[in-house]
Design a protein around this ligand. Structure first.
Ligand code: IDP
Ligand code: MG
Length: 140
């Protein structure tokens, strides 16, 4: 067990419904600390680079359209086993398959518009945190 940092994104379906505070409350109630946060509009290039790993998937183009369709909130969460813990708090990619009480079950609209992104490994967390933030932004 170790203190980790993970990259979270509150997606456009959630900013559109003005529920960023409700989602942040889930992280804080679960013991994760928001140590950096910025509301931005992703450029097409940023979305394509961020989701590069999915560039061959059939949903890639639609995903980039969706992620640039409105503001997002990029944030760094810190806590014990934060990467796996955040994935638990988020729930399954498809809200229909997510456990009760998870963010995606309670707020997700579809497998695409599923309200939140969270890093899935230490390597990806590092890449994704520094995609948006520098060390001076991280105030633990
Ligand atoms: P994750 O967000 O749970 O890690 P990934 O497989 O990494 O899921 O997919 C990245 C994002 O791409 C998902 O959060 C979702 O927004 C979108 N996505 C994943 N699978 C599909 C799909 O089958 N159809 C449409 N969008 C999808
Ligand atoms: Mg993923």
């Amino acid at each position: 067990m170790a203190i980790e940092r993970t990259l979270s994104i509150i997606k456009p379906d959630a900013t559109r419904r003005n529920i960023t505070g409700k989602i942040n409350a889930r992280f804080e109630e679960a013991g994760l600390k928001i140590i950096a946060q910025r509301r931005i509009r992703l450029s097409r290039t940023q979305a394509e680079q961020f989701y590069e790993v999915h560039s061959e998937r059939p949903f890639f183009n639609d995903l980039c359209d969706f992620m640039t369709s409105g503001p997002v909130v990029v944030q760094v969460l810190e806590g014990e086993s934060a990467i796996a813990h955040n994935r638990q708090i988020m729930g399954n990619t498809n809200p229909a398959n997510a456990d009760a009480g998870t963010i995606r079950k309670d707020f997700g609209e579809s497998i695409e518009a599923n309200s939140v992104h969270g890093s899935d490994s230490p390597e990806n967390a590092r890449r994704e945190v520094y995609f948006f933030f520098c060390d001076c932004d991280l105030v633990g």
